[in-house]
Design a protein around this ligand. Structure first.
Ligand code: E4P
Length: 217
């Protein structure tokens, strides 16, 4: 499963990229606003840090304007992935862009039928929002299971990008189901490294090593 980080904070992206485990980045208008940075400038900077796809979202609502925005965004770098909302115009834009060889991430997916439409429109990635789904009384992971089943039934190549990830269990469940990608805030990715017994084990080994009086030279 590929790991994308869901942020526009440069320092966080650099720190995770240094682990060698980062496969891409997702942003959205809220994350850009939170960063306080210029959209074009910060997206270009992110594209220079990671080799993988960097999702940059259009804000227009009609197909023609989405295409105009996508035209500007895709010139930023070769690894820009255009993010479009799951609407009729969004999927029209998805089809036009993917036919042209541009990566497209279809976002704000909340049903398996919507995911089916995105795959038929040739989406590179579909982003089902599991956390927001949970928040509204549904089970976000059920949605991922349904999409996996449907995509496998028909051999769709659209990658399931689990989004709105709130905790490490979402990551575990995504991997068990066989999602292709997950995108999570930096805090959740850092949480994946942690286990109380790992910390305790290191502490014990170091205490015993100290007693030997040796050093590795
Ligand atoms: C995905 O691409 C979105 O940017 C993101 O995962 C939304 O997460 P949220 O529901 O925590 O805002």
């Amino acid at each position: 499963m590929k790991f994308f980080v869901d942020t526009a904070e440069i320092e966080d992206i650099k720190e995770l990229a240094a682990t060698g485990l980062l496969d891409g980045v997702t942003t959205n208008p809220s994350l850009i606003a939170k960063s306080g940075r210029d959209f074009m400038e910060v997206t270009k900077e992110i594209c220079g840090i990671v080799d993988g796809p960097v999702s940059a979202e259009v804000v227009a609502l009609d197909h023609e304007s989405m295409m105009k925005e996508a035209e500007i965004l895709r010139k930023i770098a070769d690894n820009v992935c255009i993010k479009v909302p799951l609407t009729v115009d969004g999927l029209k834009t998805c089809k036009a862009l993917t036919e042209d060889g541009t990566m497209v991430n279809v976002t704000l997916c909340f049903s398996a039928n919507q995911a089916l439409l995105a795959a038929k429109a040739g989406a590179t990635f579909i982003s089902p929002f599991v956390g927001r789904h949970d928040d509204n009384g549904f089970d976000g992971m059920d949605l991922i299971e349904d999409i996996r089943l449907i995509y496998d039934n028909y051999g769709f190549e659209t990658e399931i990008l689990v989004a709105s990830v709130r905790h490490v269990t979402h990551v575990l469940e995504s991997a068990k189901i066989g999602a292709d990608v997950m995108t999570a805030p930096p805090k959740v990715i850092h949480g994946l490294f942690k286990h109380v017994l790992t910390d305790k084990g290191i502490e014990g080994f170091l205490a015993d090593w100290e007693k030997t009086g040796q050093s590795i030279t």
